[in-house]
Design a protein around this ligand. Structure first.
Ligand SMILES: [Zn+2]
Length: 408
C-alpha cells in the first residue's frame, strides 16, 4: 500500500546508479589500461561499486508471489492473457522455488514472523493464488504437493461452486484414474475441492471478498454492454446477479445485465463510495457495507473450512489505509495487496505486498529467459538489487514487444 513508491524508487535508483557506476568504471578503467598506466590504476574507477555494495545487497525482503489461473485451457477467462500461466510454466517456477537456495514458506509463517520478530529461513518466498479457479485444484494443487510448496488460495464466496465431489485432476491422470479428456478447466473451486485442500494441509483457504465486484462512482457513461465486451465487463453481470455467481461464464449471452446496459465510471467495490441515481453513499453507509463483506467472509469461510479466517486479499488491489485498518479491526491478522512491497522487518507487519508472476515475461516464449527473470524477480524482492538490472532490461524488452504488436 504505502510502501510501493518507496520500494520501487529505491530499487530503481540503486540499480540505475550501480549500472551507471559500472559503465563509468569500464570506460575509465579501459582508457587507463589502454593508456599504458600502472596495472592497478585501471581498477580505481571501479571503487564506487564497492561503496554501493551494502546498499545493493540488503537481505530481509520476502517476495510474496501472486498467481491466479494455472491452466492448459484458460480461454473461458476474458482476462486470461494477463493472469493465466500454463501448468508447465508453473511447474518450472516451483522447481526454481525448490532450488537455487530459495525457501518457500506459508503466508501464515511470514505474518507471524513479522509480528513476533521470529527468524525466517534465508531467501524466503510465499506463494498465493487469487480468485479460487477450478484449475487451482486441477493443476496447481498436484504440482504444489509434488514440490512441497505451501500456498494460500484466496476465494470469493459467491463464486464457490456448490458440488461436494472433487473433479478429476492431474493426480488422477498420473494414477490412471482419468484421461486428459476428463479434465475440466473452466470454472471455480467447489466445496468438495476446498474441503480436500484444507484436509491435506499444504494449502490454506483465505478470503477474497464476496462478489469481486466494482461499484459505479458517478453518472458518466464510459461503456455499454454488448456482444463483444460483456465477458470482459463481467462485473456488470455479477452486480446484477443475486447471490451465487459461479455460473456466469456458462452461457453465450449475458444472464443478468442485457446488451445495452450502460456502464458508468467505476472502481473496486470495497474502497470506493457507491453512486446511484439517488446520490453517493455516505461514509457511514460505505463503512457498513465494507464491514458486512468482511464479516460475511470471516463467518462463512470459517464454517466451510473449519479454520479461523486470518487473511483478506483485496479484489483488484482496491485497498486504502482506511479499508486496511477496518479489516484489522474486524479480526483479520493481515491483508494483502499487489503493490510490489518487499515485506521487510521495518514495514507494517499487518500488510502484505505482493508481486505478480506470469510467463513469457519478455513478451514471447523463451523458457530459459523466463526462468532467469523469475529468479531475478525473487532475488530482487529478497533485497539483492543487482538482479533488478536484468529484470529492468526484461521489462523494457516486454514493453517494446507490446508496443510493436499494438502498432497498426
Ligand atoms: Zn481477484
Amino acid at each position: 500500500m504505502q510502501d510501493r513508491p518507496r520500494h520501487r524508487r529505491r530499487r530503481l535508483a540503486l540499480a540505475l546508479g550501480w549500472a551507471g557506476a559500472l559503465a563509468v568504471g569500464v570506460i575509465a578503467g579501459g582508457s587507463l589500461a589502454l593508456g599504458g598506466g600502472h596495472a592497478a590504476w585501471w581498477l580505481l574507477p571501479f571503487l564506487p561499486l564497492l561503496a554501493l555494495h551494502p546498499l545493493m545487497d540488503r537481505p530481509g525482503g520476502v517476495p510474496v508471489l501472486m498467481y491466479h489461473s494455472v491452466s492448459s485451457e484458460p480461454g473461458w477467462l476474458p482476462w486470461a492473457d494477463t493472469i493465466s500461466l500454463r501448468p508447465e510454466a508453473f511447474e518450472r517456477q516451483l522447481r526454481i522455488l525448490r532450488s537455487r537456495g530459495h525457501a518457500p514458506i506459508s503466508l501464515g509463517h511470514l505474518v507471524e514472523s513479522r509480528r513476533t520478530g521470529g527468524a525466517l529461513p534465508a531467501r524466503p518466498v510465499v506463494v498465493t493464488l487469487d480468485d479460487g479457479y477450478l484449475d487451482n485444484w486441477v493443476a496447481a494443487w498436484p504440482l504444489l504437493r509434488r514440490y512441497r510448496v505451501p500456498a494460500t488460495v484466496f476465494v470469493s464466496l459467491d463464486f464457490i461452486e456448490p458440488d461436494e465431489r472433487p473433479r478429476p485432476n492431474l493426480d488422477d491422470i498420473d494414477a490412471g484414474r482419468a484421461t486428459a479428456d476428463d479434465l475440466r478447466w473452466a470454472g471455480y473451486l467447489n466445496r468438495g475441492e476446498i474441503a480436500r485442500l484444507v484436509d491435506e494441509g499444504l494449502v490454506d483457504i483465505q478470503a477474497h471478498g464476496t462478489d469481486h465486484g466494482r461499484v459505479e462512482i458517478g453518472p458518466e457513461e464510459c461503456d455499454v454492454v454488448g456482444p463483444t465486451n460483456w465477458r470482459r465487463l463481467a462485473w456488470v453481470q455479477w452486480r446484477a446477479m443475486e447471490g451465487a455467481k459461479w455460473g456466469w461464464h456458462r452461457t453465450d449471452e449475458p444472464v443478468a445485465a442485457p446488451y445495452g446496459t450502460a456502464v458508468r465510471r467505476n472502481e473496486p467495490a470495497l474502497a470506493a463510495r457507491r453512486w446511484t441515481p439517488r446520490g453517493v453513499e455516505t461514509a457511514r453507509e460505505w463503512e457498513e457495507r465494507l464491514r458486512g463483506v468482511l464479516r460475511r467472509c470471516r463467518e462463512e469461510l470459517a464454517t466451510l473450512t473449519g479454520n479461523t479466517v486470518r487473511f483478506f486479499c483485496w479484489p483488484e488491489h482496491g485497498v486504502t489505509r482506511q479499508t486496511h485498518e477496518i479489516a484489522i479491526e474486524e479480526g483479520f491478522e493481515a491483508t494483502c495487496g499487489g503493490d510490489l512491497g518487499e515485506n521487510r522487518p521495518g514495514d507494517d507487519p499487518t500488510f502484505v505486498g505482493r508481486v505478480h508472476s506470469g510467463e513469457r515475461i519478455l513478451g514471447f516464449s523463451m523458457d530459459w529467459a523466463d526462468d532467469l527473470l523469475f529468479h531475478a524477480k525473487l532475488r530482487t524482492h529478497q533485497g539483492c538489487y543487482y538482479w533488478f538490472v536484468p529484470l529492468l532490461a526484461g521489462h523494457l524488452c516486454a514493453r517494446w514487444m507490446r508496443s510493436r504488436r499494438s502498432r497498426p
